[in-house]
Design a protein around this ligand. Structure first.
Ligand SMILES: [Zn+2]
Length: 159
């Protein structure tokens, strides 16, 4: 009996709707917190956020889902999300209706979002140079020092 009840609650959480804002669906399992980091959301501003982690999915074995009330993502934010959540779908919701729905597309270049891990890089030396990375199929490359990062791209996010 209590097992059934728990399962029901879980389902309710997954499908609960937001009034107006953004639902980021089909995030790769385990990346939801990195999605929040990219969006600069840490809860300190009182944002209303729901996160589902490692929920079963048809398209991915396990997925995360992030719902942000009262905020519509910009194209720049969506572009950067594509680096860690290439399969994500973005649903813009207004008054409980999905008014826009799109898949993320990987940009050719991201500027001012990631910090270069190379301490010798001109972008990390306190110079007024905005970081710039080219997006490769399997990672990103610093446009200034050619450092390539394939793993842990989220750890470079300049928050
Ligand atoms: Zn660099």
């Amino acid at each position: 009996m209590s097992d059934d009840h728990d399962h029901h609650d879980d389902h309710e959480l997954r499908v609960s709707k937001i009034r107006s804002g953004t639902v980021i669906d089909h995030v790769r399992g385990g990346q939801a917190l990195n999605v929040l980091a990219i969006l600069g959301i840490d809860g300190s501003d009182g944002e209303e956020v729901s996160v589902g982690m490692n929920v079963p999915s048809d398209r991915l074995a396990r997925k995360d889902i992030v719902k942000v009330e009262g905020r519509e993502l910009s194209q720049d934010e969506v572009d950067v999300l594509s680096l860690i959540a290439p399969d994500a779908s973005i649903n813009i919701v207004r008054e409980y209706e999905v008014v826009e729905k799109h898949r993320v597309e990987r940009p050719d270049v991201v500027e001012g979002v990631l910090s270069c891990p190379n301490a010798e890089c001109i972008t990390t030396g306190g110079e007024p140079v905005t970081s710039q990375f080219e997006v490769l199929d399997d990672g990103v490359r610093c446009s200034y020092c050619d450092t390539i990062v394939r793993e842990e791209i989220a750890s470079l996010i300049d928050t």
